[in-house]
Design a protein around this ligand. Structure first.
Ligand SMILES: NC(=O)c1ccc[n+]([C@@H]2O[C@H](COP(=O)([O-])OP(=O)(O)OC[C@H]3O[C@@H](n4cnc5c(N)ncnc54)[C@H](O)[C@@H]3O)[C@@H](O)[C@H]2O)c1
Length: 347
């Protein structure tokens, strides 16, 4: 296809959004803010919800009554429905030949996800997974510098991911636990940054925030150690309560440089050094604020993938890697010993 053909074909770009609850509403607003998007078409099975969100999203947004109409109207579809509906909704997008961006996780268990990934790849239709760290401009720049050998030989990666407040306790039993629910984002992002197979996982956790986590057979603070094939280690920490706000940072130390993302004037961390940063009232309250630029960029990249202007930076197969690592974390946390990743995880 020539550049001229592209311009004619994408004279009018329409993106469908399936599911306009918390995250779907945010994505719809971000899509509507993009110059490259002419129309945002919304569907939600709750009567009146899509029309109400369309009204608040602005002139570019319209509502339709069913998924078939959405798939027909959109050049691509963003899937922000509850997790159990993801496999079927993705397969409907594949049948319609419409590229999709699906919120994580694309499926709840490994066997289901594995079959789905095979179907996605057999279809030839692009499906991006909404792991927003990959789309964060600073994380993407870190990825670029590592690939460009500007960091040198990697020694250590450290990531921190603390929620400000625990989720509703009713959410816990179906959440999959802290590794599949919270740390899954970093189990995706850190191996993606390092670019090597993980060969060993060790995980530990404690209940320090609320007994409800123990009642759900979960922990509320966890530490993960990943060992990579080249010998570098990563330490991932995550927790369900941070009194100062939502804190996500990644630090990378290599033979040529030492870099951090997520360290800025809104980081909820107080340095005790006289000239160090102090957490203030504008510290990030939650993930939507911390990852605002990432979510916006995620939509811009999705539109570029739909238009054939760029490659998919978050393919479905990578979700198998992070899920497998999360399951290994569960096993290690319960057994108290490291788990070898027998078949190398290819990133
Ligand atoms: N990437 C992230 O940071 C992030 C953050 C939050 C949620 N999520 C993921 O996003 C997904 C949605 O989470 P949420 O918190 O917005 O949930 P939500 O319950 O607030 O919204 C889901 C919406 O989907 C609608 N819906 C239900 N079945 C549908 C169907 N078959 N077709 C179309 N719409 C349907 C519901 O009526 C509801 O409006 C989940 O998979 C979750 O894991 C990702």
């Amino acid at each position: 296809m020539t550049g001229l053909d592209l311009r004619i074909h994408w004279r009018s770009m329409r993106i469908g959004v399936a599911g306009v609850g918390r995250i779907g509403t945010m994505h719809a607003g971000n899509l509507a803010s993009l110059d490259a998007v002419d129309e945002v078409v919304l569907f939600d099975p709750v009567p009146g919800r899509a029309a109400a969100v369309a009204a608040q999203t602005g002139a570019k947004a319209t509502a339709v009554d069913d998924l078939d109409a959405l798939l027909q109207a959109g050049d691509g579809v963003l899937i922000a429905t509850p997790t159990p509906t993801h496999p079927e909704t993705i397969r409907r997008a594949l049948s319609a030949g419409k590229p999709a961006l699906c919120e994580k996780p694309i499926a709840s268990d490994y066997a289901e996800m594995s079959a789905l990934v095979d179907d996605i790849e057999a279809s030839g239709v692009e499906v991006l997974v909404g792991f927003q760290r990959r789309f964060d401009p600073a994380v993407a720049e870190l990825h670029r510098r590592i690939r460009a050998d500007e960091v040198g030989k990697l020694y250590l990666v450290r990531s921190t991911g603390n929620d400000a407040e625990p989720p509703d306790f009713g959410y816990l039993p179906a959440s999959g636990g802290i590794f599949r629910d919270l740390l899954i984002h970093d189990l995706d992002a850190v191996p993606w940054l390092v670019g090597e197979p993980v060969v060993e996982v060790y995980a530990s956790g404690s209940v320090l925030v609320d007994q409800a986590f123990a009642d759900a057979d979960d922990v509320d603070n966890a530490v993960v150690m990943l060992k990579f094939a080249g010998g570098a280690h990563a330490v991932l920490v995550g927790g369900r309560h941070d009194p100062l706000g939502y804190d996500h940072r990644i630090e990378v130390l290599g033979s040529k440089d030492s870099l951090a993302v997520g360290v800025d004037s809104r980081t909820p961390l107080t340095s005790l050094e006289p000239d160090g940063p102090k957490a203030g009232p504008d510290a990030y309250p939650g993930f939507p604020e911390r990852f605002h630029r990432a979510y916006l960029n995620e939509m811009a990249v999705f539109v570029d993938v739909v238009a054939g202007r760029t490659q998919n930076p978050s393919p479905a197969r990578d979700s198998l890697t992070s899920l497998r690592l999360a399951l290994a974390c569960d096993e290690s946390r319960r057994s108290g010993v490291p788990v070898k990743i027998e078949q190398e995880v290819v990133v």
